[in-house]
Design a binder for this molecule. Structure first.
Ligand SMILES: *Cc1c(COP(=O)(O)O)cnc(C)c1O
Length: 476
């Protein structure tokens, strides 16, 4: 299509006022608001203009462009505009710590604490007993010490920040020794060598990808060495001919050479993983007990709290880290602090109610409960759409968040064959529903894993499936 024809076509589009003055559109202004109706109309017109301008179709295809604007189109746009961009989605993927879906949902206690801190003044940096300025970190240090056994603790924005801060404080312009097998990338652009670079520390790689021995570290130590770093390879495993120097051995080596040892744990378990049905991996307490000088871990992975980077370590290191001006730039905000304190209090004071933390609850959810949930959902869906090909099945969930990469957790799923609709098409419809339902696709079926669906979402699933199935039948 030529520019001239395009311009002709653009002029044929109705004006904003023409559209707004139509009685069926006025109705929307009354029902919602004039502002949002106007925004919807402007946005649809802008989309039409840009689709005309970008088309490469010949002029004979002009009729292809819908120049009039249907009320349904406007209503749909209004409904989109009425929703915030960041919104609830239902996680039916079976990946518990799903980074793209916001990692850990908070416990009720944590949510309450956030609301209170958000809507009122607080003693965030105020010492109530002394009546003068206090420290924001004071609200969690004793909990962190009690739970991990560490001499002191600090918390910052996230674990990436914690690693950056520790390296910058302890090893700027000096050498940090790390095994080649631990130079990992943890998704979302967190690469150990890059963080090391940003911190000003000088990376000294030792060993090989699959094998690193104590002597590799020893040989690399010189008067420029500031730190030995161990990184938990949380998101992949080396199997076969491999060996690494474990934490106690590394700590021993550090002590002998008077060099601090730091352990980036990633997802820090505070409860023994085997109690959660996971293969045995060290807890933060184990790392501290092994004599590690500094241990860093995330707040929103297996801990099940808000996004945060926790640092547990020896007194003099934590003091130096706290005094680093970078700490101010990476500081945790009060809402996060409130959620984190509530979560840590749960571990410290109500360990018998540890499964009120959603991540923990999902991990330990019994197969019989999951099966019951799947049956209930299937029955309700069959009541709404008897013709749908649907069944329950055994399958496996994943921890996610880069933890336990090879560990499958047995689960129960609802499995749907959406024929005549394609499985990808159905998945997209679920994903774009008013409350998006994020499912898995496996062998041409839609899989809804019962494990990661929140309790208050279970009753929403049948309606959502029915709505999507119905809407797909409508002519487009
Ligand atoms: C997840 C992870 C990080 C990054 O933590 P964030 O809290 O996402 O910043 C760093 N190191 C390891 C080993 C991790 O698993």
């Amino acid at each position: 299509m030529t520019e001239l024809n395009k311009n002709k076509l653009l002029r044929k589009l109705p004006s904003v006022d023409e559209i707004l003055n139509k009685p069926e559109i006025c109705r929307f202004s009354d029902k919602f608001s004039r502002t949002i109706t106007l925004r919807a109309v402007q946005s649809i017109l802008a989309e039409k203009r840009s689709s005309i301008m970008s088309t490469k179709e010949p002029v004979t295809c002009v009729t292809k462009f819908q120049l009039s604007i249907r009320p349904e189109e406007i209503e749909k746009k209004i409904n989109t505009l009425r929703q915030p961009s960041l919104k609830q989605v239902i996680n039916a993927t079976g990946i518990i710590v799903h980074t793209n879906l916001g990692r850990a949902p908070l416990s009720d206690a944590a949510v309450k604490a956030v609301c209170k801190a958000a809507s009122h003044y607080s003693n965030l940096e105020y010492d109530i007993n002394e009546g003068h300025r206090g420290l924001r970190y004071s609200h969690i240090t004793s909990l962190l010490k009690e739970l991990t056994g560490a001499e002191d603790g600090l918390v910052v924005n996230n674990n990436a920040a914690a690693v950056l801060l520790c390296l910058n404080t302890l090893a700027k312009d000096r050498q940090v020794i790390i095994s080649r097998g631990e130079l990992v990338e943890i998704g979302g652009s967190f690469r150990i060598p890059d963080i090391m670079n940003q911190s000003g520390a000088i990376l000294v790689e030792v060993g090989t990808t699959n094998r690193t021995h104590p002597s590799d570290y020893t040989r690399a130590i010189n008067d420029q060495t500031a730190l030995i770093l161990k990184v938990h390879r949380s998101n992949y495993k080396t199997v076969g001919f491999s060996s690494e120097v474990d934490l106690p051995e590394l700590n021993q080596l550090g002590r002998e050479n008077n060099i601090p040892v730091m352990f980036d744990m990633g997802s820090g378990n505070l409860v023994n993983a085997s109690l959660l049905g996971l293969s045995d991996e060290p807890t933060v307490q184990d790392a501290v007990k092994a004599g590690t000088d500094i241990t860093t871990f995330s707040g929103d992975k297996l801990l099940g709290g808000p996004q945060a980077g926790l640092i547990a370590g020896k007194n003099h290191f934590i003091s130096r880290i706290t005094e680093n001006p970078l700490t101010r730039a990476l500081r945790i905000d009060k809402l996060t602090l409130a959620a984190l304190e509530a979560t840590l209090r749960n571990y410290a004071l109500n360990p018998e109610d540890i499964d009120s933390i959603p991540v923990i609850r999902m991990l330990v959810m019994s197969e019989s409960l999951l099966k019951k949930r799947a049956r209930k959902i299937v029955k309700a869906i069959q009541g709404l759409i008897p013709s749908l090909n649907i069944s329950i099945d055994r399958d496996s969930s994943r921890v996610g968040g880069g933890a336990y990469p090879l560990h499958d957790i047995p689960t129960w799923v609802v499995s749907i064959d959406p024929t005549p609709l394609g499985v990808n098409e159905f998945e997209q419809l679920l994903r774009t529903a008013p409350i998006p339902l994020i499912a898995r696709i496996s062998k041409d079926r839609i899989i809804l894993d019962m494990r990661t669906i929140m309790p208050d979402e279970v009753s929403m699933i049948p309606g959502c499936i029915a709505e999507v199935t119905e809407s797909a039948k409508l002519p487009v």
